[in-house]
Write a protein that binds this ligand. Structure first.
Ligand SMILES: CC(C)(COP(=O)(O)OP(=O)(O)OC[C@H]1O[C@@H](n2cnc3c(N)ncnc32)[C@H](O)[C@@H]1OP(=O)(O)O)[C@@H](O)C(=O)NCCC(=O)NCCS
Length: 195
């Protein structure tokens, strides 16, 4: 099997493949299972990784939650491709997208703590990533990922055992955000390859 893969924005025809990647992980409660319509509706959030034969071998999304915060979600690499840089390449691309969208902080809820730490994420000590005003606004969201972020009872079965992590995006020449991590965090990964 060739090691070559590349990343591209997801297309509607990728939804079936994305669901095939997510389903076994959702059964293990690693990722959140969603209806097909939710994937079509959020398709613009997704990047996919494709092998040299055009098969989707990984996916990931960045979901904006508020003015300065987004979530990396549904990041998955097919079992055969794990440990070959696909996840790292996808994460880098999603963080680039988050920067372009203008957010300062990126959240994730994951069992893959070490993987995200290498990407510069830190385990969240508490809820202080959003101030009380934003928290109360986010409570109006019907999105299960947002509910996970807020640690609401209705998604508790999904969040059990997961770790909540956050990354402050670096921006040259700008002051650190209010209430944020003082130290700028950079990607701990080696330089991109294989994309
Ligand atoms: C998290 C996940 C996406 C990582 O995907 P991946 O493609 O295996 O990630 P990478 O290959 O980029 O990196 C994984 C490891 O392989 C290593 N690696 C990267 N390139 C490598 C290569 N060419 N050869 C060998 N190892 C390599 C990385 O250093 C990393 O090491 P670590 O596990 O000690 O941190 C994958 O494990 C997954 O699908 N998990 C289930 C879903 C999930 O939990 N998603 C996160 C919540 S949204």
């Amino acid at each position: 099997m060739s090691d070559a893969f590349h990343l591209r924005p997801a297309r509607t025809s990728d939804v079936a493949a994305i669901r095939r990647l997510v389903r076994p992980l959702a059964e293990e409660r690693i990722l959140l299972e969603k209806e097909a319509v939710a994937y079509y509706e959020s398709l613009q959030e997704f990047t996919v990784a494709e092998d040299s034969d055009g098969n989707v071998i990984g996916c990931g999304a960045v979901h904006v939650m508020w003015e300065d915060i987004a979530e990396v979600r549904t990041l998955a690499t097919s079992a055969q491709w794990r440990g070959r840089g696909v996840g790292k390449a996808l994460l880098d691309r999603l963080l680039e997208r988050a920067r372009d969208l203008g957010v300062r902080r990126v959240f994730c809820l994951t069992f893959e703590v070490e993987f995200f730490e290498r990407g510069g994420f830190e385990v969240m000590a508490d809820q202080t990533a959003v101030d009380p005003e934003v928290y109360s606004e986010l409570l109006r969201s019907t999105d299960d990922g947002v509910a996970e972020f807020l640690d609401l009872a209705r998604v508790k079965q999904n969040t059990l055992g997961n770790t909540r992590m956050i990354l402050e995006l670096e921006r040259a020449g700008e002051p650190a955000p209010r209430g944020g991590v003082e130290r700028p965090l950079s990607s701990g990964f080696p330089s991109d390859g294989g994309t």
